[in-house]
Ligand binder design. Sequence first.
Ligand code: NDP
Length: 270
Amino acid sequence: MTDRYAVIGNPISQSKSPILHTAFARQFGHELQYDKLLATHEDFAQTVQRFIDEGGKGMNVTAPFKLAALEFADTLSDRARAAQAINTLKFSAEGVHGDNTDGVGLVSDIRDRLGVALENRRILIIGAGGAARGILLPLLEARPAHLLLVNRTESKAHELVEASGASRQIVAAGPLSAVEEGAFDVIINATSASLSDAHLPLERGVFAPDALAYDLVYGRGDTAFMSDARRLGAAHVADGLGMLVGQAAESYRLWFGRRPDVEPVMAMLR
Ligand code: NDP
């Protein structure tokens, strides 16, 4: 019987997950049916349960259900617990396991695909929403020299950094204006500002020589952040498509024990 997988969200029509997982399955000759499931907050749990009852093996979870999925999981990976959000569910005889592959998808995209080192580098994260929460622990595990997390609502930046439990020598929080505190090697825009073409208060001094500017937003061409970064001297500029494909590849690995090759899938999507 063909294994069934799905992505659940609202809205869901825009999701690229079926295209990604079908392409991954083709690399290994796996038989896979991958559907899109639309749910509401009221019927989220029933929709997931029905999918399991019908033989579903795994599910990707997207906005706005990444928190709701926490309630549904019997066990959590460390990174899902740290992120307090789930983007991948695995259903088996042992129960429902929840994971969060967003951060490791980003780290593998930066390190493996773009070839930019994170160890001993200075990292700046702008934003303290769900995406920032998902990437903070995996970025800290990449052993940067220093990580500064800034946010428009400063208190949220402090809450995230406190919750990470990392040493104050490594990680710090501040308001958006704290981006002026010296040069960074990797600057990650984890805000949704690019969705409304809003500009962030970036200065030339933020970008160290050879800096990477990475916008988590994808599918919008050059964003305001990406063009500002280029103008202000960032040596490398990327959007979040590689993170999207990377997180999907890690979900696939969780389900099937094999990590697909992301390059041909990136090329297909571009
Ligand atoms: P949230 O709504 O949880 O958080 C939004 C964040 O953006 C907050 O920190 C908010 O600040 C900040 N923000 C919004 N507008 C502005 C602005 N004009 N200036 C400064 N800061 C602003 O969103 P998510 O964290 O879930 O997602 C953030 C982005 O990441 C989205 O655009 C999403 O598309 C992208 N993403 C990409 C993924 C990928 O695979 N590539 C995966 C997940 C997300 P404040 O707290 O002050 O409101």
